[in-house]
Design a protein around this ligand. Sequence first.
Ligand SMILES: Nc1nc2c(c(=O)[nH]1)N=C([C@H](O)[C@H](O)COP(=O)(O)OP(=O)(O)OP(=O)(O)O)CN2
Ligand SMILES: [Zn+2]
Length: 125
Amino acid sequence: MYTLIVEDSFSSAHFLTNNGEIEFEPLHGHTFKVSVEISGNTLDDFGMLIDFRIIKKKLKEILDIFDHKLLNDVVKFSPTSENLSKYIFDEFEKFLENYKGIIVSSVTVWESQTTCAKYKKEVSR
Ligand SMILES: Nc1nc2c(c(=O)[nH]1)N=C([C@H](O)[C@H](O)COP(=O)(O)OP(=O)(O)OP(=O)(O)O)CN2
Ligand SMILES: [Zn+2]
């Protein structure tokens, strides 16, 4: 299996919420780093799983929704790294429906240099 990894970042403000109620921490900002892993078994005639440029463009399109925004205004869930990684994963999964044999295997959202959340789907047997 081949795996591609594409990274990008966005800068946003957020505060965490608990069932819609503002959590203990005040409004603050991060430069979030996002890493997307795309996997598949078969290369095309160019020797590519999928062109990096296609993944970079889609990732930027998704992250532009968040960039320089208050995340709480953009999404309906509490904007934790976990929830953001699942949101980005789901967007990529929808996008890759058009590309046979290529899946998004994980999305990692780094909130700082030392903390991140990764979302990947359980493989059901
Ligand atoms: N599992 C998660 N825990 C926390 C998240 C999250 O998304 N998932 N987010 C936060 C806060 O957004 C906060 O930004 C992080 O807090 P903290 O780790 O305390 O970071 P600080 O930079 O403020 O603290 P340092 O001591 O400078 O590292 C909290 N938890
Ligand atoms: Zn934060």
